[in-house]
Design a protein around this ligand. Sequence first.
Ligand code: MSP
Length: 541
Amino acid sequence: MSEPTFYVTTPIYYVNSVPHLGTAYTTVAADALARYRRMTGDDVMFLTGLDEHGQKVAQAAEEHGVGPQEWVDSVAPEFRAVWDLLDISNDDFIRTTEARHVRGAQAFLERIRERDEAESAEREPYIYQGHYEGWYCVPCETYYTGDQLEDGDCPNCGRATEFLVEDNWFFRLSAFQEPLERLLEERPDFVQPETRMNEVASFVKSGLKDLSISRKTFSWGIPLPFDDEHVMYVWFDALLNYITAIGYGSDDPDETALFERYWPADYHFVGKDIIRFHCVIWPAMLMAAGCEPPKHVFAHGFLLTKGEKMSKSKGNAMSPQDLVERFGVDAYRYYFLRDVQFGADGSISMESMVQRYNGDLANDWGNLVSRLFNMTEKYCDGRVPDCGDAADGCADDESTELVELQAIAGRLPSAYADAMARLEYVGALEATWDLIKQTNKYIEVSMPWQLAKSEEDRDRLDAVMYAALEAVRIAALFTAPVMPKTSAEVWRRLGLVDDADAGLDSLVHDLADRASWGGLPAGSTVTKGDALFPRIVEDEA
Ligand code: MSP
């Protein structure tokens, strides 16, 4: 294959609980990007998975009265089921208890040790034995010094921390101070959005301390290959999933070829709570082993309900399943990507979800499709009319609305691409809605129901109907990354695909070409079908 590659990842989620709207948010955003990049012709690798080791998961197992492996095996299918429900098109799903990960993570540590030995005359080893005395937050699986705590509690989640005294293995993070400063300087888009970059840069500047990378007071983790009394620190283990999933440390040449092909990753998507791990520790680990850092890390904000971060521990986490049942999967995906600026915190509520649903989806998009397809059945025998050379515009309609409609459709591929290059889902969807709204306006102004009354207006009617149907075809292409099901259904109703179950990203790999005006074949059979987004009455929501 010679297409450009595109590798995007989500964090691997802790299996202490089931997926909630927060974890689903990252995953849906990554999915929309992966689908879009497939449609532009990239060879995409989209990875998600589970972080199954560490004290937090071991404690959750204990609370449920089962062993840790049994526990993670029971939760993993719940994650898979929710991702299926949300139409997540991940190419792989990694669990850190899998043999491929354990092997790869151990190989990675061995690799650093080999380099330490080979370069021992020139520098201190990156991995060394030391003594840790300090604080640890189990829910965040993070070490803290006393002065980082806030009133003695974890500065991140506010919960109690515990004091650890252990002889551990350390990673010499301090040796990467300069290389990291250089990386941030040379690649200003390494961390996105910019505010997060500033945060990371000032953290690095404040001075990096070495990191304890093993624990020996509990055993739920990957044994260090050179000291099996210790298990790997869960973050060190977890970050490695991004390379073990694509064959790092494997003996199988087909698997290692994936690493050659996809690494460095184009984007790690993370929440803003875990940027230090991804933007400081992770690139330093990779440099220590002689690997490239990822190209970009994008940190999105938190979903807030009534101004508070939504999380299971705060008891304000809504379930994705409930919302999908009420609104449908595509409306769910649309809402989070349209209502929350990716990168910023965003308040979510049932009221705003109903508003978006009824306004953008039921009224603008769903209504357009039903009205227009109904009219096609009524006035055009259920077929896309022929209006001559469609690519040159339909000569029988010279209205300014048509000129405007075609202009908006013409601008859409680049407007959408520009927005997606900045991961501005809101902008990409707004550009798509410009086309949807203009199509509605075009129909209002052109009044096909009037034209249908007289045989004299037949050519004009055909021209108008063709143009509106063509605009819908194009709009469906651009709603596809965010709303794969309904977009494919619109294409099915336009007679362009037989099976609406396969997303358009599995069929279309030349998005800009497919979006050029005139691509809708005359004569194609149009079926009307049920409302795509039946209106929701507010009290029912
Ligand atoms: N296991 C680690 C990540 C390891 S990656 C090598 C972890 N897991 S987690 O289950 O706690 O998930 C954290 C991620 O879930 C956040 O970074 C973010 O992507 C997402 N979110 C969790 N709660 C969230 C909100 N309330 N809002 C938005 N996203 C949030 O940390």
